[in-house]
Write a protein that binds this ligand. Structure first.
Ligand code: ARG
Length: 473
């Protein structure tokens, strides 16, 4: 090595010239992976503890390392730490600062490990914390949905298929549908967390290490359920990041669908809900405008999260075992996925309880769209008509109603009898919106009693979640 060409101290031994300045910038990750610093330091402390336990480090070296790393964590948290691109990534920045602070003991920290198992450990630890925060935010949104669903258990609105008025439902029932989607998202993330919670530490570069390490010990110190099984898989596996992005994409898809509904409902054509002003913005040219920016942005951000999932799948598809530098590209999509998801969940959890519900507009819309036509057909079936004939008769009655600008309930008994002579005066009870929703009185149905039962069950489930995550299956 020529003396006048400074090379990277961590790996420069065999290099004859310094890294090209552009290449140094191109290959460095510290500008984005520095956000792993807390988890990197936690992983290093666990590694040092383990090395001490097996006799590779002395107690004094361990003490110096732990004190040094703890001080560095505080410096970074206070913004007093100077990150250096020349030191490539978060791992080497911290290790170099440690050695500068405590001398030789710092140089021993990297015994029996590699940045390959180190970074795999860091991301798992970081993602585990993110998942916990996201789970809490999903729960907060679900709690909000349950509250509003209970309040609106009797509120009648049109239910849609093909975005055409189908049958009356209650607004509480609609919100509990959102609740169900989020419940599946929650359990998918719990599942992802379980699978990621294994420690790759000790896999070293790819083959393991010749030191007498205790992988169970470092895994336990970091709250992992145990060590990963295969060293080569350990350093190259990013399934957990892909699984997380897949669960996140689906969650965003759910939020996007809900956003689309809010945007429709807030329009002048629906007027089902009013979004509080604080969640909207105006137009610089059209004074009447109040735009539903927050749901629109959530809908829009769904694209980038799904994009990150595709990016990670594509990142991995051609990689031979074991670690490849490609893997450095896992971080930005993963970070942005977690950030975006947290922001969108937060926006929803804040917005849902603040929705102003226009019950009059919902009811008027349900009345206007012949939403009780199925109820009339079911009535005819109860009076002995085969369902297909009943369907045909009611279809004709609807056409008559459309032609004369009236709902089914506004037709006279004589008019209705033209289409089905078995109709009696008790028909008007089934043509009411309340009668229609109350009739769907079974598990999963829209009857207000069922919505209240679903709310009660949901509250039970949410209360059970307060138990520690590890205890959940
Ligand atoms: N910055 C790297 C990454 O994010 C850390 C691991 C680097 N390992 C290596 N052998 N170059 O993946």
């Amino acid at each position: 090595m020529s003396q006048d060409k400074p090379v990277n101290q961590a790996w420069g031994g065999r290099f004859g010239e310094a890294t090209d300045a552009f290449v140094a910038r191109f290959t460095a990750s510290v500008r984005f992976d520095q956000r792993l610093y807390r988890h990197d330091i936690a992983g290093s402390i666990a590694h040092a503890e383990m090395l001490t336990r097996v006799g590779v480090l002395t107690q004094a070296e361990r003490d110096a390392i732990v004190a040094g790393l703890t001080a560095i964590a505080a410096q970074i948290a206070d913004g007093r730490f100077t990150w250096s691109e020349a030191l490539e990534d978060v791992h080497m920045n911290i290790e170099s600062a440690l050695t500068a602070a405590i001398g030789t003991a710092g140089k021993k920290l990297h015994t029996g490990r590699s940045r390959n198992d180190q970074v795999a450990t860091d991301i798992r630890l970081w993602l585990r914390d993110e998942i916990d925060a996201i789970l809490a935010e999903i729960t907060r949104l679900q709690q909000a949905l349950v509250e509003v669903a209970e309040r609106e258990a009797d509120t009648i609105m049109p239910g849609f298929t093909h975005l055409q008025t189908a049958q009356p439902v209650t607004f509480g029932h609609h919100l509990m549908a959102w609740y169900e989607m989020l419940g599946r998202d929650h359990s998918r993330l719990i599942d992802c967390r379980k699978r990621l919670n294994r420690s790759p530490l000790g896999a070293a570069a790819l083959a393991g290490t010749s030191y007498p390490i205790d992988r169970h010990h470092s895994a336990a110190l970091l709250g992992f359920d145990g060590p990963t099984a295969n060293s080569m898989d350990s350093v190259s596996d990013r399934d957990f990041a892909i699984e997380f992005c897949a669960a996140a994409s689906l969650l965003m898809t759910h939020l996007s669908r809900a956003s689309e509904e809010l945007i429709l409902w807030a329009s002048a054509q629906f007027r089902f809900v009013d979004l509080p002003d604080r969640f909207c913005t105006g137009s610089s040219i059209m004074p009447q405008k109040k735009n539903p920016d927050v749901p629109e942005l959530v809908r829009g951000k769904t694209g980038r999260v799904t994009g990150h999932l595709v990016a990670l799948l594509t990142l991995m598809k051609g990689q031979p075992l074991a670690y490849n530098k490609d893997n450095q590209e896992d971080k930005e999509p993963l970070f942005d996925t977690a950030d975006t998801l947290r922001d969108c969940l937060r926006a929803f959890a804040d917005m849902v309880p603040a929705l102003q519900v226009n019950r009059t507009a919902m009811r008027a819309a349900a009345r206007a769209g012949y939403a009780t036509a199925t109820d009339l057909a079911d009535y005819l079936v109860r009076r002995g008509l085969p369902f297909r004939d009943a369907h045909e008769a009611v279809g004709k009655a609807v056409a008559h109603g459309i032609a004369s600008g009236r709902d089914l309930a506004e037709l006279s008994l004589d008019e209705l009898r033209v289409f089905a002579p078995t109709i009696a005066s008790d028909v008007f009870a089934v043509l009411t919106l309340e009668g229609s929703v109350a009739a769907r009185d079974h598990i999963g149905g829209t009857a207000p009693t069922q919505v209240r039962a679903a709310v009660a069950q949901a509250r039970d489930g949410l209360a059970r979640r307060a138990a520690p995550l590890q205890a959940q299956s």
